[in-house]
Ligand binder design. Structure first.
Ligand code: SF4
Length: 324
């Protein structure tokens, strides 16, 4: 297989979360928790800067809520000063006070995804356990206001993961948020719940997973693991403090895994066999991204996040979401 350079890198800048969302395996994340050490983060930034022209996005979050990291703003700036483009993070939005939202925007991240699944307080708080509906709603408004005030170009994406407790609510969600978002910058993001590679079935399919071809996942201590579902490093390919990331991504063991996926044998790997992410993605229901006006511009989550590239792609009418 050819030399792999990750186009998208996810970095666990903080391990641990203030929420206990019902669809998240948060209780299974093994300690230690807390922020990534500065030397690990800076080591990664140095390494990424060497292939920054090939990088399409860097996500400053992993198994945790990135706003629990008091240094998140500083880390965004560090990436940007190293010339790394398309830097952002996904958050539950609960810690976005006016001051924090302004500070985050001042660091000029390229994108921020907020996971917010319902406009119904009861449904929301039954999904996002420990979070307070009003606080998160205010946080999102603080973020939008701070971005608009600063005239920053930060893309804000609001993510709705459909599950039993919020079924059928997405239409109202779009109507509520669309007028509050920036038509050119922002996104609404719809997805169906996936099983975090711990599904009840032993087999979901052999669709090759885009994650192994495009992405790198780096845990808090610098370990490089298989993907977002590998929270406890079942597959640990090495540590960036000892071996450069590109060398790790091209180790024979990684190459063999990519070969397995490419040849339709993903299910021979235990973790991948119990995972429904590639099949949901194939059906186009894992991640649909749309403009505030409702134009779907991307429904593939396994290729790197690239807002501009995605928006120039094939467009489909929003109504596909409402088909049974
Ligand atoms: S199939 Fe699932 S477990 Fe395997 S690499 Fe993809 S996301 Fe990870």
């Amino acid at each position: 297989m050819s030399f792999m350079i990750p186009e998208n890198i996810s970095i666990e800048t903080f391990r641990g979360c203030n929420a206990r969302c019902i669809m998240c395996p948060v209780e299974q994340w093994a300690p230690p928790y807390g922020p990534m050490k500065d030397e690990v983060f800076s080591c990664l930034v140095r390494q990424m800067s060497e292939f920054k022209d090939k990088l399409k996005s860097v996500a400053l979050f992993g198994n945790g809520e990135p706003l629990l990291d008091k240094k998140l703003e500083k880390r965004i700036v560090e990436c940007k000063q190293a010339g790394i483009a398309n830097v952002g993070f996904t958050s539950n939005g609960s810690l976005l006070t006016e001051t924090r939202a302004a500070g985050i925007i001042e660091a000029l991240p390229d994108w921020i995804v907020i996971s917010f699944d319902s406009l119904d307080k009861e449904a929301y708080e039954n999904i996002r356990i420990r979070l307070k509906f009003e606080q998160v709603l205010a946080g999102i408004n603080n973020l939008i206001a701070a971005r608009n005030r600063r005239k920053a170009k930060t893309h804000i994406s609001l993510r709705f993961i459909e599950q039993e407790k919020n079924k059928g609510q997405f239409e109202g969600y779009v109507s509520f948020w669309a007028p509050k978002l920036d038509a050119d910058l922002d996104e609404l993001h719809y997805g169906k719940e996936h099983n975090w590679a711990s599904g009840p079935e032993a087999f979901y399919g052999n669709t090759p997973c885009g994650f192994v071809f495009h992405k790198s996942y780096v845990l808090r201590d610098g370990s490089v693991v298989l993907c977002c579902t590998d929270s406890n490093a079942e597959y640990n390919f090495g540590n960036v403090m000892e071996t450069p990331l590109l060398e790790i991504m091209n180790k024979p063991r990684w190459q063999a895994i990519r070969q397995l996926h490419a040849s339709g044998k993903r299910s021979s790997m235990k973790l991948c066999s119990a995972c429904n992410i590639p099949e949901l993605n194939n059906e186009g229901v894992l991640s649909m991204k749309m403009t505030p006006s409702g134009t779907v511009f991307s429904s593939d989550t396994l290729t790197p996040f690239d807002n501009e590239q995605a928006k120039s792609g094939a467009k489909q009418p929003f109504t596909i979401l409402h088909q049974p």
